[in-house]
Design a protein around this ligand. Structure first.
Ligand SMILES: Cc1cc2nc3c(=O)[nH]c(=O)nc-3n(C[C@H](O)[C@H](O)[C@H](O)COP(=O)(O)O)c2cc1C
Length: 155
């Protein structure tokens, strides 16, 4: 299966999970591309004003994983804007990944996933799996391993 992974990652946390997921999916025989949402200028931490200069196009993939951080108990506004602007997903299988600093998914992760799911579904995507990685030291390894396990099993 041709799988695209599209992330927006300000400090590299979500990207590092996406890289591990890419390795796992490739080891499972999939043809995997990892692409990042690019901005025209360096974004100040948490800034709500930005211009997307590079928006990966999911059209050529059979399935796609979207990933970004939780920002202020919501999905990163960059990924929100990106998802709002992509072409229809037309029944494509989709998985959603978020990373967050706080140790429990109810501290923003669950809400960000709900927002991502809604945006993907509004584009006609079929959300097969979701995962929250908690970056707090005590939870990081465990939630990352669980996310990679769950998301890779969805394809
Ligand atoms: C502006 C801003 C707001 C944030 N808000 C939250 C939050 O509400 N809950 C949380 O758990 N983490 C929050 N974080 C932490 C990030 O979600 C966390 O560090 C994430 O792993 C960063 O991923 P990235 O490097 O892929 O961007 C916030 C970070 C920033 C910069």
């Amino acid at each position: 299966m041709k799988i695209g992974i599209v992330v927006y990652s300000w400090s590299g946390n979500t990207l590092s999970v996406a890289e591990k997921l890419k390795e796992r999916l490739a080891a499972g025989g999939h043809d995997v591309a990892l692409e990042q949402v690019a901005l025209a200028e360096e974004r100040k931490q948490g800034a709500r004003e930005f211009t997307i200069s590079g928006a990966p196009d999911p059209s050529s993939w059979d399935a796609v994983v979207f990933g970004a951080a939780v920002e202020a108990f919501s999905l990163s506004p960059v990924l929100k804007e990106y998802l709002g602007g992509i072409a229809p997903l037309d029944g494509k299988k989709v998985a959603c990944l978020v990373s967050q600093q706080f140790p429990y998914p109810w501290m923003g992760g669950n809400r960000a996933i709900r927002q991502m799911r809604k945006l993907c579904e509004s584009k006609g995507g079929s959300v097969a799996e979701t995962a929250v990685v908690n970056w707090a030291k005590s939870k990081r390894e465990k939630t990352m391993a669980a996310a990679i396990e769950r998301l890779s099993a969805a394809f």
